[in-house]
Write a protein that binds this ligand. Structure first.
Ligand code: ZN
Length: 495
């Protein structure tokens, strides 16, 4: 055991050792004492009491004569708060990782209904993408197995030990403030968020003598913050109302269909009425969308309801005719697209008569949606569409967009690009192997890298297999149009 060499320990090690800190003004040097956590997260205790009594923070709390019931409550409270944060592994999921037993099936069977057969695939993909099990250097001979968040390369603490880490950090360092705890702990742990540090401090009966606890403020999820407005847009054609007999679903006795666009980043929606779904019918509003409505021409357009070949023809045509540079994206985003269509139809619900009489009424409903606060994007779609979307980047939104588009185009393999002689127009296709997928539960995108494109091979199940590049007779996937309202987001594969 003691001879275990460092070869057993992953290259990317985390040193859980005390560190020196200097105050912001450089005046004082502190020893920050870091929490001591179990060397084996798999250790099973006979009962809850045993588990609690073995926590480092309980021992410290006893020494400092603090209210132990509060500390015990803190453990349960932290697990609960953490589980309300979307996209973070729960304790059960953490255990599945530890046992090397994380599969879509085990996720379903261990989630108490939270994960269903339908969303287990994407949930699995999200977890696998964001976390990996590694042996880390915790000072012990062999190191210990722990979950690492791939993005930050920091340890993701098991939910049941998170509070222990927080409270120890508080008690070992002279009742350190919540922000102080956060400042140090975030260097080690990916799930020691500021909110959870603030919450944890309230369970110290010395610092919170009233023992009052407010509700936990769930951190807001920063949806798709790597995407810029107009970077990716999906374009759909579908029936405005799904009347079986087609009699009562025609707006102004003229428009049966809608051409719908939605920006991924902001969720801003544009709609145009269509009498029919022919190329000529769609081309007109597509032109006004690309040439007038978008202040930046989208980098990628995608669709679920329009056959890929047809979409490509439409986009190519506008690029050639008007000198635009637009590409067709290759993500696995059917769920995202369909949820947009569903939401559009929900907007119209209850106002059918007014909508049938006047297309303007539909425009008004979409306008109201666009200017209303949307939690997932942390603002109204309009506000997010118009503002700089990445806080850390400098430059105006147009510069950001231009730079990003240039980077993306520069990185494209030559066989993905088609240039048109005599114009500045250019059509391109997102390369195969690009992975961007939509996680319905989190309402966010997976695999969106800094440059939008991540070239890595898809996992076992080929996530691009549903792409319709074929030469189907139908221009539009009529199945998607007609029964969209009732169908599950991930409908059976066709063809
Ligand atoms: Zn305290």
């Amino acid at each position: 055991m003691t001879t275990a060499s460092s070869a057993n320990i992953s290259d990317k090690v985390i040193y859980n050792r005390p560190i020196k800190y200097t105050d912001d003004d450089g005046s004082l040097v502190h020893d920050y004492r870091i929490p001591r956590l179990p060397t084996n997260y798999k250790k099973v205790y006979d009962n809850e009491e045993d588990f609690i009594n073995n926590l480092g923070c309980i021992k410290l709390a006893k020494e400092q004569d603090l209210d132990l019931a509060m500390i015990t409550l803190g453990v349960a409270d932290t697990i609960k708060c953490l589980e309300s944060v979307r996209g973070r592994p729960t304790q059960t999921q953490y255990d599945l990782f530890l046992d090397n037993n994380l599969t879509p099936d085990t996720l379903v069977h261990n989630s108490e209904g939270e994960v269903t057969k339908k969303n287990s695939g994407i949930k699995h993909l999200v977890l696998k993408n964001r976390y990996e099990l590694k042996r880390i250097d915790d000072g012990s001979a062999d190191g210990k197995l722990a979950l690492i968040e791939t993005k930050t390369n920091l340890e993701y603490l098991p939910p049941k030990y998170l509070f222990d880490a927080l409270m120890q950090s508080h008690l070992l360092n002279h009742h350190l403030s919540a922000d102080g705890m956060y400042r140090y702990l975030r260097k080690y742990y990916s799930n020691a968020s500021r909110d959870i540090c603030r919450r944890a401090r309230n369970f110290c009966s010395k610092c919170n003598p009233s023992l009052k606890l407010g509700p936990f403020k769930r951190p807001r999820f920063k949806a798709s913050s790597n995407l810029l407005p107009f970077e990716r847009i999906h374009m759909e054609v579908f029936k405005i109302f799904n009347d079986k007999k087609n009699k009562h679903g025609t707006v102004e006795d003229k428009y049966k269909y809608v051409l719908y666009f939605r920006d991924y980043r902001s969720r801003y929606v544009w709609v145009y009425p269509l009498e029919d779904i022919t190329l000529g019918e769609i081309l007109q509003p597509l032109k006004s969308f690309l040439l007038i409505s978008c202040y930046n021409v989208p980098i990628y357009i995608e669709s679920t309801t329009i056959e890929f070949q047809f979409l490509e023809d439409l986009v190519k045509h506008t690029c050639e005719m008007y000198g635009l540079k637009v590409g067709c994206g290759g993500g696995d985003l059917k769920n995202f697209h369909k949820s947009g269509i569903k939401k559009f139809k929900e907007l119209l619900k209850g106002e059918k008569e007014a909508c049938l009489n006047d297309w303007g009424h539909i425009l008004m409903l979409v306008h109201q949606y666009n200017i209303k606060y949307l939690e997932t994007v942390n603002g109204s779609p309009k506000k997010v569409l118009l503002e700089v979307s990445t806080k850390n980047s400098s430059g105006s939104r147009n510069e950001q967009y231009d730079n990003k588009k240039k980077r993306i185009l520069d990185a494209l393999p030559a066989n993905c690009i088609e240039k048109f002689s005599g114009t500045t127009g250019m059509y391109y296709k997102e390369p195969d192997g690009t992975m961007i997928a939509y996680d319905e539960e989190e309402n966010d995108f997976v695999g969106v890298g800094e440059s939008t494109m991540l070239y890595y091979s898809p996992p076992e199940q080929d996530i691009n297999s549903e792409r319709t590049d074929g030469t189907a007779n139908e221009i539009v996937n009529s199945n998607d149009i007609n029964d969209d309202e009732s169908q599950a987001p991930s409908k059976k594969k066709r063809r």
